[in-house]
Design a protein around this ligand. Structure first.
Ligand SMILES: [Zn+2]
Length: 294
């Protein structure tokens, strides 16, 4: 908040002839897209969507759960811990040290958090990826936790929702991170065999190994407005195919227009949309012979 502390505050001090009160550091938030300053409370009331350019900011799993579940009531599912550093990886820093830093910063064990609660009065298992934890990268923990969460949904006969946000595979876990792609696909298959709805909510960004596995397998695929969704980045594709791509390429709206998504919603409408989809699909659960699955 340099303009507040370096410019506004000294001006107030000069006017009042006395020190201006301390301004809490998190009172204003700068939009990463349009760079407008937004009042923190206004941003929270707008579901952390920029009121100037509609940029949907990253949410922590707890913020997401609070926005999605009825009356912000839910129960966090404890997840089994996996081996932290199977390859004893080190680049400029030890992988274990990086994990420690991100755990302290986000208060999460790893990228995925799972909770059970009601959405539109339908009890649902919801998994949320945290982009602020190592770019939402998928390693052994994510694959295992995703499988565990899907298993819980099957055992309790509940629909399963995943909210994705990821830059791709976790390079510090090498081939083991890639092995999570088939593992998560197996979890989705398990839900399909049990005739349970699997709904994916794609948020900004959903890229790489996550988009190439469970993120694109939803019975219903909903994306938040303006989200970047794809496998490889735009520049890599342009260099490979030697063609210029449109600027909106890999954005939710473009993907919906080309049949990759069912719906694109503003975050303020997400809970309502999910509630409707769940009520329709779970109505079909009562009569499984009527449930249409591919
Ligand atoms: Zn903005």
């Amino acid at each position: 908040m340099s303009w507040l502390t370096d410019f506004v505050r000294p001006k107030i001090q000069a006017l009042l002839g006395q020190p201006a009160p301390e301004i809490p550091i998190d009172l204003w938030v700068k939009c990463p897209k349009c760079e407008q300053m937004i009042f923190h409370r206004e941003l929270q009331e707008n579901f952390r969507v920029c009121p100037f350019c509609s940029y949907h900011m990253h949410l922590s799993p707890l913020e997401r759960f609070n926005f999605l579940f009825d009356d912000a009531q839910y129960h966090i599912l404890p997840l089994e811990k996996t081996h932290d550093d199977p390859l004893q990886f080190k680049d400029s820093k030890k992988y274990t040290d990086r994990l420690k830093e991100y755990r302290a910063k986000t208060k999460q064990i790893d990228v995925l958090a799972v909770a059970v609660g009601d959405i539109g009065e339908q009890k649902t298992v919801v998994s949320v990826m945290d982009f602020n934890f190592m770019g939402g990268s998928m390693g052994v923990f994510v694959g295992h936790a995703f499988y565990e969460a899907a298993d819980k949904a099957v055992k309790q006969n509940l629909p399963f929702v995943v909210v994705t946000a990821s830059g791709g595979a976790r390079m510090q876990e090498g081939i083991l991170s890639l092995m999570q792609m088939p593992k998560t696909v197996m979890a989705v298959e398990k839900l399909a065999e049990a005739h349970l709805p699997y709904i994916v909510v794609l948020t900004d960004p959903t890229m790489g190994g996550v988009s190439a596995s469970f993120a694109m397998l939803g019975d219903v695929a909903i994306a938040e407005a303006g989200a970047l969704i794809g496998f490889a980045g735009l520049r890599v594709i342009e260099e490979t195919i030697k063609q210029k791509l449109p600027p909106e390429f890999q954005r939710s709206e473009f993907l919906k227009d080309h049949g990759m998504l069912d719906s694109v919603v503003h975050r303020k409408d997400l809970k309502k949309t999910l509630g409707k989809v769940l009520s329709v699909l779970c109505g079909a659960l009562v009569a499984p012979e009527k449930a249409v699955r591919t």
